[in-house]
Design a protein around this ligand. Structure first.
Ligand SMILES: *Cc1c(COP(=O)(O)O)cnc(C)c1O
Length: 484
């Protein structure tokens, strides 16, 4: 390490031309997840070339425009207004329902929690430390919002069906609770929370109810139109006061597009920020960002209008068929099981005793598949979309092989349990913070880049709740977001 020259990253004196740039950038993307081959079950939602070209053209057309000041660009104001209206209609809203576009699901959730806090200042003035209640399967964006806004986030468990446990939610409500949250569906298992019961509980306690349809909002309406039974989850449910829905997931828009919707304008107004004392003039902004990207807003409008109802229906049909192929195969495969009853195209599966699901995950990873890994319970998580119509069968074949291999991998099992056991022992005798330091030291030595991660996930499980895991992950993030 001593003699290794540090790579320099300098601003080139003169700009590279387009060809040079693209060539260089292509070399950077060699190790990226191969989503174009339909091998990524996370992060990317692609509608196929024809629709994507339309959306990209819209993005480029409004590359420079800024929605910070809606009076300067009536086009963007119109696009945003129409996107909000269309989403409100799809999600059971009425003339009163309103909202804004945001940069993504986390942003929408941050806004909804902020609005709840402002609402409570007026309607529950005695509360000094506001609280919200979410299930352990709710997206971490609620934790993030709580962290940023100083709101206590009470986490309740899911029931045996992996749905939010309404009785537990009821028990957790205190005089300081301002909002209840349900997911439609949850990301980890793709399971619908009992929205009607949650909304009813909110009404009984005179508090707000947010439905997180970030991942479901652009797919569930079409699944319902195809004739599938979906329990009520949107503004048609009495008591639901806000919703979040991402256009950049199953809306197949460009990244940076979501909506936060409110039951009425009075509620939305609480979200807005105004500062009239600035030397630069009167400043008003609807969401967390200042400058708001014209491209992403235009692209969301273009996705809705360029794909249209029949386009979305067809993609929903294809998506569910691919999901069914994978689900059937897992259900019939010895040693695997689906977690709960997923309601659309997100699913998680685990392994029975004798197979480590993270060994299965490692085998699949070696074959080029990309997906998330769940914990509590350990599992593999898939987000299926229309692109997987071409690869669902291959995935099933590779999964069969991966399971067969994982069954034979008894040596990793022994070494994993040894390592996990070792960490558990070490935890008891080492001083606070030391495991994080050890991890930080070893992370640079190549261990972190190993393709086999089952042992690491086992150790993370052992470290949970000790506070050490947070440190390790923070160190890891710090490394990931630095170049050296
Ligand atoms: C994706 C997702 C979010 C967060 O959205 P981002 O766009 O990643 O910020 C929130 N909730 C659910 C259920 C999601 O699937």
């Amino acid at each position: 390490m001593k003699n290794k020259k540090k790579k320099q990253y300098n601003l080139p004196p003169n700009g590279l031309n387009k060809e040079e740039l693209l060539l260089k950038m292509n070399s950077y993307r060699q190790q990226d997840a191969k989503w174009q081959d339909g091998k990524a079950f996370a992060l990317v939602y692609y509608p196929g070339d024809t629709y994507a070209e339309r959306v990209k053209a819209a993005y480029n057309m409004f590359f420079s425009e800024n929605a910070l000041n809606p009076t300067a660009f009536p086009s963007l104001r119109q696009f945003e207004g129409e996107v909000v209206k269309i989403m409100a209609n799809l999600l059971g809203g009425n003339e009163e329902t309103t909202g804004n576009m945001t940069s993504g699901g986390t942003d929408s959730i941050l806004m909804a929690v902020h609005t709840a806090k402002e609402w409570a200042k007026i309607n529950k003035p005695n509360i000094t430390q506001p609280e919200i209640i979410v299930a352990e399967s709710a997206h971490p964006a609620f934790q993030k919002a709580g962290h940023y806004l100083d709101i206590k986030v009470n986490v309740i468990s899911v029931n045996a069906q992996f749905e939010l446990d309404v009785m537990a939610m009821k028990r957790t409500i205190t005089p300081s609770t301002i909002m209840l949250v349900g997911s439609a569906p949850s990301y980890p298992h793709g399971i619908m929370d009992p929205i009607e019961k949650i909304a009813q509980l909110a009404q009984q306690n005179n508090i707000l109810c947010h439905v997180d349809a970030c991942v479901g909002g652009c797919l569930l309406p079409f699944i319902e139109k195809l004739g599938y039974e979906i329990p009520p989850y949107n503004f048609t449910v009495e008591g639901v006061t806000s919703m979040s829905a991402d256009l950049h997931k199953y809306g197949y828009a460009a990244k940076g597009a979501s909506v936060v919707l409110y039951k009425n304008r009075a509620l939305r107004k609480l979200q807005y920020f105004v500062y009239t004392g600035w030397t630069g003039g009167i400043y008003a902004s609807p969401t967390a960002g200042g400058t708001r990207p014209g491209g992403a807003i235009a692209a969301a409008w273009a996705a809705l209008h360029g794909i249209g109802e029949n386009g979305y229906l067809e993609m929903a049909r294809i998506t569910l068929a691919a999901t069914q192929t994978i689900k059937n195969a897992i259900e019939n495969m010895e040693g695997l099981h689906i977690v709960g009853q997923p309601c659309m195209s997100l699913l998680a599966f685990g392994a029975d005793d004798g197979i480590n699901i993270f060994d299965v995950a490692d085998e699949l990873h070696l074959k080029g598949w990309h997906f998330d890994r769940n914990q509590n319970p350990a599992g593999i998580h898939l987000t299926v979309s229309q692109i997987h119509q071409h690869t669902a069968h291959q995935f099933v074949i590779d999964l069969q092989e991966a399971v067969a291999k994982a069954k034979k991998l008894s040596w990793t099992k022994i070494s994993n349990s040894l390592q996990v056991g070792l960490v558990n022992q070490l935890k008891k005798v080492l001083p606070e913070g030391s495991i994080a330091k050890i991890q930080a030291k070893t992370a640079g030595s190549g261990a972190a880049t190993s393709k086999r991660t089952a042992a690491m996930y086992g150790m993370m499980g052992a470290l949970q709740g000790s506070g050490e895991l947070d440190d390790i992950v923070l160190d890891f993030m710090d490394k990931l977001t630095s170049l050296e």
